[in-house]
Design a protein around this ligand. Structure first.
Ligand code: BGC
Length: 372
């Protein structure tokens, strides 16, 4: 009788373990599945929580909608939320997703350092977390990271300026100014430092000069990547350093929303015939006219369709208990260890290749650009 009871007990335990195994916990991640039993209706849920930072910037709308439609096509339910660039809003959106029994969380954070507490709840509940585009810092609940190669974004911008000014051959010196994004976005460490890895030697040898003296990342950062903040900082820079006719040859801008602020400031208060080489990132519709008219020399195209599709593959693998695709296990340490990542390829976009990259590929129609 005792033997029979022991056998039955063992059987029950095996079944319980098998049930937990289905609760989408990745084999090699830091978010372990809890030993708790899930209520019956939760076990059947296939809800995926997708938290995006804001609707203000075109790309996050695209990222969110792409993911939602791909996940739904794959048979998942999706709770897609946008955080209005407000950290408490994003935190409570994620809390709701957890309370609603989501099985995987995909999060593009507003501030990479502010999600520790809510993600501890996700970990408790055995919910794997995929950091989307921006790494979530100092939380051991982050299971995977999917993004573009952010260092490469920065080096492409730096190389573009180096080549456009022919820094290795031209006499110079050339005047340059800098602007990057939100200090709470870990990506700026890759964008800005990547670009500086190319440009710093020319600042050191005097081929590049920064008349405002504003070169440090913390000084050239822009809260929320906001266009109006970028514009007013550049209006000040132009008034203080270029009003006497000093030419501005280049502006390293980490993305399009900040580049647009620079371009607006130039349009308002810069009269020199020398127009600067300005970089950007995202191929936002809002800058495409400027790109075509030569007011912005380049952007970096990050095809959000590719990233969204990759994340859907990751989610699907987690839901099915298999290994999500990754191609980098070295670069992204979030303070708790390396987060296994998938890095997509960014591509430099100029007036020369935008039709191929954006129009022929169906990313935009020419009408969208003209009306943007
Ligand atoms: C993204 C960029 C975007 C910026 C502002 C960054 O984290 O990687 O593509 O331009 O945020 O939203």
């Amino acid at each position: 009788m005792k033997k029979l009871l022991a056998l039955l007990l063992a059987l029950v335990m095996v079944l319980a373990l098998a049930a937990c195994g289905q609760a989408a916990a990745p084999a090699s991640t830091q978010a372990e599945a809890p030993a708790e039993e899930a209520p019956a209706e939760e076990a059947a849920s296939n809800l995926v929580g997708v938290a995006m930072p804001t609707k203000d910037l075109q790309r996050w709308n695209q990222d969110g909608e792409n993911m939602k439609s791909l996940l739904e096509a794959a048979g998942y339910e999706v709770d897609l939320q946008f955080g209005a660039n407000d950290i408490p809003t994003q935190v409570s959106q994620i809390e709701n997703m957890i309370a609603n029994g989501c099985k995987v969380l995909v999060i593009a954070s507003i501030d990479g350092d502010s999600l520790g507490t809510v993600l501890a709840q996700a970990k408790e509940a055995g919910i794997p977390v995929i950091a989307y585009d921006r790494l979530i810092m100092n939380s051991d609940a982050v299971s995977y990271y999917a993004t573009f190669d952010n260092w490469l974004v920065g080096t492409k911008q730096g190389e573009f300026i180096r080549d456009a000014l022919d820094l290795d051959n031209a006499e110079g010196p050339f005047n340059i100014e800098f602007i990057t994004g939100d200090p709470g976005d870990n990506n700026i460490n890759f964008f800005f430092d990547g670009a500086m890895s190319i440009l710093q030697p020319y600042l050191d040898n005097g081929k590049l000069v920064c008349p405002s003296g504003q070169v440090e990342k913390a000084v050239v950062a822009t809260a929320n990547w906001a266009t109006d903040a970028a514009q007013s900082r550049f209006e000040n820079i132009l008034a203080s350093n270029y009003a006497d006719g000093t030419p501005l040859h280049a502006v390293l801008a980490s993305n399009d929303s900040t580049a647009l602020g620079v371009e607006n400031a130039l349009a308002a208060s810069y009269t020199n015939d020398v127009y600067p080489v300005i970089t950007g990132q995202d191929c936002d519709i809002a800058i495409m006219k400027n790109l075509i008219e030569g007011k912005q020399a380049m952007s970096v195209f990050k095809d959000t369709r590719t990233l969204a599709a990759k994340v859907v593959e990751m989610v699907d693998a987690l839901m099915k208990g298999s290994e999500p695709p990754i191609n980098d296990t070295e670069t992204y340490d979030n303070g708790t260890g390396i987060i296994p990542s998938f890095l997509c390829d960014p591509v430099a976009c100029t007036v020369e290749n935008y039709e191929d990259l954006l129009i022929s590929s169906g990313y935009y129609t020419m009408d969208q650009i003209n009306n943007g």
